[in-house]
Design a binder for this molecule. Structure first.
Ligand code: HEM
Length: 457
C-alpha cells in the first residue's frame, strides 16, 4: 500500500474517480474491495481512487498501459516505497520494501533458490502435508478450506525455508508465525499501522503483534546461528542453507538481519497468498460437475490408480488451466503499486512525481475483450489460447514480479491433484463465499466451507 502523497495543484488533473470523502473510499475498499473497484470502473478504463492516509491512486486497467508500467524504469516506478508499511512484519531489508540497487541485491540472492527447476525438491513436503489434511477431512462434517490450506502452506513454506519438519523448534516457529499472521489479517491492519507508526510500538509488551514477532525472531535467529556455525556440507538443505552460501556482488555474505528478513518475507509472502488462492480455487471448482469430471478423468489417465508423482505434474494440463483460471477470477491481490519518483507518461497522460500508479489486476482480469463472459469460471480459455504477461498477471510484473510464482503454481497443483485423488468434495447447501479483505489480501468470507469423504470408503 502506498504512503500518503501530495500532488501539486498546478499539475494536470488526474483521471476522474469517485468524489466521495477519502475516509469513505478507504472504508469501502477495506470492507468491499472488489465490489468497490468494479463500481469505480464506471469512471473509465483509468480512474483515481482517493484513500484517506494513502493518497491518490491511479488505477490502470488497459493491458497496454499495464505493460508500459511493468516495463518502465524501476528508478522511476518504486514498488518498495509503496509497500513500506509491510516492513513492520518483513523487516527493513526485505526485497518487498526496497527499491533501486538494494532491491536488486536482495532479489538476486532470492531468485536462484525459488527457480522453477528447484520445485521438485518440495514435492514430498507439499503432498505429505496435504494428505494429513485430506485424512482429517475424510472423517466427515463441514470444514473450512481456508484454515486447512493455511496449515498446509505454512508448514510447507517453513519446511522449505528451514529444512526442518518437526520438533520443538519447528513447533515454536509454526505457532508464533501462525499467530503473527492471524494478527495481520484484519481488514484495517494497514490503516492501523499507518495511524499508529509501528516504530513507536515495536518494544511494546502489551501489543500481541510485537510480542509474537520478538518470539518468532528469537527462535529464527537461533536457527540461523546454529546453521551458520556448521560447515556448508553439514547444513540442512533448505532456502536458508542456499542463502547462507550466497553472497552479494562484492562477495559479502548476508547478515543475520538480512537472512531473518528474507526468511520472514518468503514465509509471509508465500503462505497466505497460496492458501487463499487454493481456497478460492475450491470455491470455484466444487459447484461445477463439468469441471470436476475432466479433473478426475485427467488424474485417472495420467496417474492411473497411483497418487500423483512429480513426473505426472507436467501432464496435468487441464488442472493447470483450472488453476490459472481460478487466479484470474479470484485475485487475492487486486492491484499492485508503483510510486512515481519522476514524471511518467502512460496511456497518453503524463503523471507528476508522487502519484501512485496501480496496475489493477482484478479489473484487467474482468475485461470482456480479453475474457468473454469474464464472471464465468471457464478453464478452457487457458487451453484455447496463451495469455501474455500483460493480459494475465496475478503475480504482478516487471522487475517486481512475484518471486514465488513457480513455487505457488507448483504447490497449488500438488495440493489440488492430491485432494482430488483422495477425496470427493462438495459445498454444503446455501454456502456462499463473498470476497472480503484479509490484511492486504482478498479472501472468502466463509472460509469456503465444504464437506469431504474418502474416495476409497
Ligand atoms: C498464489 C500465490 C501468490 C500470489 C497470487 C502472489 C502475488 C504476488 C504479487 C501480486 C506480488 C507483487 C508483484 C508486483 O508488485 O508487481 C508479489 C510479490 C512477491 N511475492 Fe508473491 N504471490 C504468491 C505466492 C508467493 C510465494 C509462494 C512466495 C515465496 C515463496 C512469494 C514471494 C513474493 C516476493 C518475495 C515478492 C516481492 C518481489 C519483489 O518485490 O521484487 N509469493 N506476489
Amino acid at each position: 500500500m502506498p504512503p500518503s502523497i501530495t500532488v501539486n495543484s498546478a499539475t494536470p488533473p488526474l483521471p476522474p474517480g469517485p468524489a466521495t470523502h477519502p475516509v469513505w473510499q478507504l472504508l469501502r475498499y477495506s470492507f468491499w474491495p472488489l465490489e468497490y473497484l468494479e463500481d469505480c470502473a464506471c469512471f473509465g478504463e483509468t480512474f483515481t481512487f482517493r484513500l484517506a492516509g494513502f493518497g491518490e491512486l491511479v488505477m490502470l486497467t488497459r493491458p497496454e498501459d499495464i505493460r508500459e508500467v511493468f516495463r518502465g524504469d524501476p528508478a522511476i516506478l518504486h514498488a518498495g516505497e509503496g509497500n513500506v508499511l509491510l516492513s513492520t512484519l518483513v523487516g527493513e531489508t526485505s526485497v518487498l520494501v526496497l527499491d533501486d540497487a538494494p532491491h536488486l541485491r536482495q532479489r538476486r540472492v532470492l531468485l536462484p533458490p525459488l527457480k522453477g527447476e528447484r520445485m521438485r525438491t518440495f514435492f514430498d513436503a507439499m503432498q505429505s502435508e496435504t494428505l494429513v489434511i485430506a485424512r482429517e477431512w475424510a472423517r466427515g462434517g463441514v470444514v473450512r478450506a481456508d484454515s486447512a490450506m493455511q496449515a498446509i502452506t505454512l508448514r510447507v513454506i517453513l519446511r522449505a525455508a528451514l529444512g526442518i519438519a518437526s520438533g520443538p523448534t519447528f513447533d515454536a516457529l509454526q505457532s508464533s508465525m501462525g499467530s503473527l499472521l492471524r494478527e495481520v489479517r484484519h481488514p484495517l491492519v494497514l490503516v492501523l499501522w499507518n495511524v499508529f507508526p509501528p516504530d513507536r510500538f515495536k518494544d511494546s509488551r502489551l501489543l500481541p503483534f510485537y510480542r509474537l514477532r520478538r518470539r518468532f525472531d528469537a527462535v529464527l535467529y537461533r536457527v540461523i546461528a546454529e546453521q551458520r556455525a556448521l560447515p556448508p556440507e553439514q547444513r540442512t538443505p533448505s532456502l536458508l542453507s542456499d542463502l547462507l552460501a550466497a553472497t552479494h556482488d562484492n562477495g559479502d555474505p548476508l547478515s543475520d538481519v538480512e537472512l531473518r528478513d528474507a526468511i520472514v518475507t518468503i514465509v509471509a509472502a508465500g503462505h497466505d497468498t497460496t492458501a487463499l488462492s487454493l481456497a478460492w480455487a475450491l470455491e470455484l471448482i466444487l459447484p461445477r460437475a463439468d469441471v470436476i469430471a475432466p479433473i478426475d478423468a485427467e488424474l485417472a489417465k495420467v496417474c492411473g490408480a497411483e497418487m500423483p508423482r512429480p513426473e505426472h505434474l507436467p501432464e496435468l494440463t487441464y488442472l493447470d488451466a483450472v488453476i490459472r483460471e481460478s487466479l484470474r477470477v479470484r485475485n487475492i491481490l487486486p492491484f499492485v503499486v508503483r510510486v512515481l519518483k519522476a514524471q511518467f507518461s502512460v496511456g497518453g497522460i503524463t503523471y507528476p512525481k508522487g502519484v501512485v500508479l496501480c496496475p489493477a489486476i482484478h479489473l484487467l482480469h474482468q475485461r470482456d475483450d480479453l475474457y468473454p463472459e469474464p464472471k464465468t469460471f471457464r478453464p478452457e480459455r487457458f487451453l484455447e489460447r496463451k495469455f501474455a504477461a500483460h493480459e494475465w498477471n496475478p503475480f504482478g510484473g516487471g522487475n517486481r514480479a512475484c518471486l514465488g510464482q513457480a513455487f505457488a503454481l507448483y504447490e497449488m497443483k500438488v495440493v489440488l491433484a492430491t485432494l482430488f485423488t483422495e477425496l470427493r468434495m462438495h459445498r454444503p447447501p446455501g454456502a456462499v463465499s463473498k470476497p472480503v479483505r484479509r490484511g492486504i489480501s482478498v479472501g472468502p468470507s466463509d472460509g469456503v466451507r465444504l464437506i469431504a469423504r474418502s474416495r476409497v470408503a
